[in-house]
Write a protein that binds this ligand. Structure first.
Ligand code: PLP
Length: 404
C-alpha cells in the first residue's frame, strides 16, 4: 500500500493546545463522558454572549455579504478599525494599512509566510501563544524563543532578547496582554523592545487580541504607538473582547516605517488576494462591535463576572500546596507553577493526560507553550464561579493523590 504522508514542511510544526490530550478528551466524550474543557479561550460556550446589537446588525445586512469583498476587507470595518487606532495614538496610518482576516490566526500565518525565507529567525516569547512558533516554522523560518521572566511578572527579559538577535533575525513577536501568562507589559519594557527593533530593523508583530481585557490598574500601551522607524503589524479581532470567536474576524494594522517594507507589504497583499477575502458576514460585525457599547468593561471591572472568576481561580489555585501563580493583569488565563519538590513532574503532558482521565478536566501543559520547564499549566477562567470552584477542587484532589 502506498502511504500518503504529511508534508515535511509540517515536521517542525506543533500545536499541542489541540494536540494528543484533546484527542483523548474527544474520545472520552464520544463514550458519553462529560469533560470540562478549560483548554481554550472560547468565551461563548461559557455563557459569554456577544452583544445582541452586533448580531442583529449582521443579520439585518446579510444580503450585503453575498459577494467577495476587497481582499483587504470591507470599507466600513476598516474605517472603524482605523478610527479606533488613531484614537489610541497610532499616527501615519490610512485605510490601506488595515487588513481583515479570518481571525488573527489567518493573518499570523499570512504575515509570517510573506516575510520569512528558509532559515530566517524570528524572536518569539517563551512561553508563547504557540501558533506563532508553528506559523514561523511552517513558513520555513526558525522561531527563536526569548525568555519571559516569571520572577518579574513574566516581563520579557531584554538582555536575553539582545543576546538572541543575529544577522538572520527578521522580526520579533510581542504578545501583550499575554497568553498564557496574563502579563500586561509596562511602557519601559515596551520602549526597550521598540528601540531594539528599530536599531536592528526588525518587523514587530504585536499580538494585542486581549487589549481590552484588563484588570485592576493595568494599562495597555499599543506597540504601534511606539514604533516609528521600522514596520509594526498589530493584530486584533472579535474573538475575545467581543466573544465572537466563531465568526473568525480579525485584523492587522500596518504602522511605522512602511516605505522600507514596501516589498514585504506587497507580499502580504498578494497572499491576501490569493485567498480572495475574509468571510464577509463576519466582517460586517466589526463596525458595530467597535462603535457600540464596550460591554467587555462590565465583565472585567471589579463588579464583573470575569473579574470575579479571576479572583476565585487565583485564590483557590494558590491555596493548593506547592502551587504559585503570578496573578494575571489581562486576558482570560491563569498560568500556575507547580513546585517540583512537592510534585516531581517528569512529563507534563502525561500529568495533564492523567488529570483528564481521572477527573475529566482538560487543561494544557506548560510545555505546549514552548516553555522549556515542565512545571506549569494553563487554565482558562471562563467557567462561572461554581464550576470553576468544582474544577479546582478536583485538581487539588488529583494532585494530592497522584503518584509521581
Ligand atoms: N493570538 C492570541 C494571543 C490568542 O490567544 C489567540 C486565540 O486564543 C489568537 C491570537 C487567535 O485569535 P483568532 O480567534 O482571532 O484567530
Amino acid at each position: 500500500m502506498k502511504l500518503i504522508n504529511k508534508s515535511q514542511k509540517l515536521d517542525d510544526v506543533c500545536y499541542d493546545i489541540r494536540g494528543p490530550v484533546l484527542q483523548s478528551a474527544l474520545a472520552l466524550e464520544s463514550q458519553g463522558e462529560a469533560i470540562l474543557k478549560l483548554n481554550i479561550g472560547n468565551p461563548a460556550p461559557f455563557g459569554f454572549e456577544a452583544p445582541d446589537s452586533i448580531l442583529d446588525y449582521v443579520a439585518k445586512h446579510l444580503h450585503d455579504a453575498e459577494g467577495y469583498s476587497h481582499s483587504k476587507g470591507i470599507i466600513q470595518a476598516r474605517s472603524a478599525i482605523l478610527s479606533q487606532a488613531m484614537n489610541q495614538g497610532f499616527d501615519n496610518i490610512n485605510l490601506e494599512d488595515i487588513l481583515l482576516g479570518n481571525g488573527v490566526s489567518e493573518l499570523i500565518v499570512s504575515t509570517t509566510q510573506a516575510l520569512l525565507n528558509n532559515g530566517d529567525e524570528i524572536l518569539v516569547p517563551s512561553p508563547d501563544y504557540p501558533l506563532w512558533t508553528a506559523a514561523a516554522n511552517l513558513a520555513g523560518g526558525k522561531a527563536v524563543h526569548y525568555l519571559c521572566d516569571e520572577a518579574q511578572d513574566w516581563a520579557p527579559d531584554i538582555e536575553d532578547i539582545k543576546s538572541k538577535i543575529t544577522t538572520k533575525t527578521k522580526a520579533i513577536v510581542i504578545i501583550n496582554p499575554n497568553n498564557p501568562t496574563g502579563a500586561v507589559y509596562p511602557i519601559e519594557i515596551l520602549q526597550q523592545i521598540a528601540d531594539l527593533a528599530e536599531k536592528h530593523a526588525l518587523v514587530v508583530f504585536a499580538d494585542e487580541i486581549y487589549d481590552k481585557i484588563l484588570y485592576d490598574d493595568a494599562q495597555h500601551i499599543p506597540m504601534g504607538t511606539l514604533i516609528k522607524n521600522t514596520l509594526c503589524i498589530t493584530f486584533n479581532g472579535l474573538s475575545k473582547a467581543y466573544r465572537l470567536a466563531g465568526f473568525r474576524a480579525g485584523w492587522a494594522i500596518l504602522s511605522g516605517n512602511k516605505t522600507s517594507a514596501k516589498s514585504y507589504i506587497e507580499g502580504i497583499n498578494m497572499l491576501l488576494s490569493m485567498r480572495l477575502c475574509a468571510n464577509v458576514p463576519a466582517q460586517l460585525a466589526i463596525e458595530p462591535a467597535l462603535t457600540g457599547k464596550q460591554c467587555i468593561d462590565d465583565l472585567r471591572l471589579p463588579q464583573g463576572r470575569l473579574h470575579a472568576q479571576r479572583e476565585i481561580g487565583y485564590s483557590l489555585l494558590t491555596q493548593i500546596e506547592g502551587i504559585s501563580c503570578v496573578k494575571p493583569k489581562g486576558g482570560i488565563y491563569l498560568f500556575p507553577k507547580l513546585d517540583l519538590k512537592r510534585y516531581p513532574i517528569k512529563n507534563d503532558e502525561q500529568l495533564i493526560h492523567d488529570l483528564l482521565m481521572q477527573e475529566k478536566i482538560l487543561l494544557v501543559q506548560g510545555s505546549a507553550f514552548n516553555l522549556s520547564d515542565h512545571q506549569h499549566f494553563r487554565l482558562v477562567f471562563l467557567p462561572e464561579k461554581s464550576q470553576l470552584m468544582h474544577a479546582i477542587s478536583k485538581l487539588a484532589h488529583f494532585l494530592h493523590n497522584y503518584t509521581f
